[in-house]
Ligand binder design. Sequence first.
Ligand code: ZN
Length: 135
Amino acid sequence: MKLNKIEHIGIAVKDIDVAIKYYQKVLGLECYNIEEVKDQKVRTAFFMVGETKIELLESLEPDGPIGKFIEKKGEGVHHIAFAVDNVMDSLKEAEEKGVQLIDKAPRKGAENMNIAFLHPKSTFGVLTEFCEASE
Ligand code: ZN
């Protein structure tokens, strides 16, 4: 297993426009991309901080994964995403080492990344994402 960097931190918010204002006006970051990921029922907004991104996540529907997360836990850190060279290989290795997977194979996330999640039951409560750039 080799994690190259923290690619992004995903943060669940109720109202992405209000949250974007905070990140821009208070923290001085620039939102460079807003994108909907339909199969995840989310709108995302991205900011660069050094080599790492902040990914804001707003649910498009109350029954989406982010909607349910906010209902249970409130707004806040939702997941940490590590950049890896090959998501499939990293998933296999994690599974071999006893980690429960949410995704058995990579799928498409925002920014055209291949992504997959490990189950927080196996990762001390941290929803963990592997991601790799796809061309
Ligand atoms: Zn993510």
